[in-house]
Design a protein around this ligand. Structure first.
Ligand code: FAD
Length: 347
């Protein structure tokens, strides 16, 4: 009981303060901050009080510097950009990143550490939380105060409100699609807010770990990013083959849309894993979501619930996807997609 009392006192001290300080673990690509990280910064502002938001970026070489300058443009939303410039961070491996977060927290004593709930966040944050001995809260979709959060449970069928009662830091992964990017760049970049982290305490052992970078394969495409696209065209097992799946890609091209897939389509080898939408794939929230040959399994629906308009094409009138679709078409996709391709104007 004594230890419980001590802990709740510490908790009160930790969260009654109006002065919060949040460390956002940022992702960057090609010299720019990822849109999902900007959504996380927006979420950080909602923690309340006088929240000073620091953005931690790690990587190596000129693209890291460019990303930092890009982030600095968003001053004063971001009060500081912390840079970890080392070969150890060239590829975002979880072990060195987790150790980095641990070291930065030792120095900065942040009240909150937050990041997106994509594969980067899912990989890094729990490891960092274990090193800091706190329980993270994942997949936050709403922030009602510095320690009160809403997150989906049962594959998105219920929302649970959770109060964080642990000690600092409170660590969260944020569902980026639930928060706007919210910021427009300031006219003048504030380079003064960029601070290089002293990595002398970072040893060779920290850089290694149990995983090592082997290679990366990614679809080289001009299409919009699946997680942020305003139109998503998804294909399921009903497409039957990788060859047939090209129809989905053509349709997406005509509509300026991103391509998505169900897990069954990914497992069947039609498309790579990075296109999977759903509970164990990407969460999307486009203006228009089009699903072809998708049954509407609960795990798939978990990833598309926030879409504004859902259109489904399925030859089975009883397919569960029709229960969530705003517009449903019972028919053969092998007739409907070619007709759509023919009738849609060239971009
Ligand atoms: P099916 O369920 O086989 O449906 C194919 C549909 O195509 C059918 O409804 C059929 O009527 C229709 N069809 C067939 N031919 C045609 C035609 N010619 N014209 C029109 N319609 C046609 N799934 C995900 O998608 N994302 C996830 O993140 C995910 N995570 C999971 C996590 C766990 C722990 C588990 C257990 C499962 C997960 N799944 C996930 C899998 C999920 O349960 C389903 O198996 C999967 O979503 C089914 O994909 P599908 O709709 O493409 O295939």
């Amino acid at each position: 009981l004594g230890s419980i009392r001590r802990r709740s006192f510490a908790t009160r001290v930790a969260h009654s303060s109006r002065f919060l300080s949040t460390l956002v673990l940022g992702e960057h690509k090609g010299g720019s901050i990822e849109a999902s990280s900007l959504c996380v910064v927006e979420a950080a502002k909602r923690l309340g009080g006088d929240n000073s938001v620091s953005l931690l970026l790690a990587g190596s070489g000129p693209s890291l510097q460019e990303a930092a300058a890009h982030a600095a443009c968003f001053h004063p939303s971001i009060s500081k950009v912390l840079l970890a410039d080392s070969e150890s961070f060239t590829y975002a491996l979880a072990e060195p990143w987790a150790k980095l977060v641990y070291l930065v927290q030792q120095k900065g004593s942040y009240s909150h550490i937050i990041t997106g709930s994509g594969s980067f966040g899912k990989n890094v944050l729990p490891r960092a939380a274990a090193l800091l001995d706190v329980s993270p809260i994942t997949d936050v979709t709403e922030i009602s105060g510095s320690n009160l959060f809403v997150r989906p449970i049962y594959a998105g069928n219920a929302l649970s409100t959770v109060r964080y009662t642990g000690s600092n830091p409170c660590m969260l992964t944020i569902r980026a699609t639930s928060f706007p990017t919210g910021m427009s760049p300031a006219s003048v970049s504030n380079d003064k807010c960029i601070e290089k982290i002293d990595l002398s305490a970072f040893s060779e052992d920290d850089a290694g770990g149990k995983s090592r970078y082997v290679s990366i394969s990614s679809q080289d495409t001009e299409r919009p990013d699946l997680a942020n696209a305003s139109i998503v065209v998804t294909g399921g097992r009903g497409l039957k083959s990788a060859e047939n799946f090209k129809m989905i890609e053509k349709l997406a091209e005509k509509l300026g849309a991103a391509v998505g897939a169900t897990r069954a389509a990914v497992d069947a080898g039609f498309v790579p894993n990075e296109l999977q939408v759903g509970q164990t794939g990407k969460i999307v929230a486009p203006e228009l979501y089009m699903a072809f040959g998708v049954s509407g399994a609960i795990q798939h629906l978990a990833g598309i619930r926030d879409s504004k308009v859902i259109v489904a094409v399925n030859k089975d009138a009883d397919a569960p996807i029709f229960q969530v679709a705003d517009y449903g078409l019972v028919g053969d996709l092998f007739e409907i997609i070619p007709e759509l391709l023919e009738k849609l104007p060239e971009k």
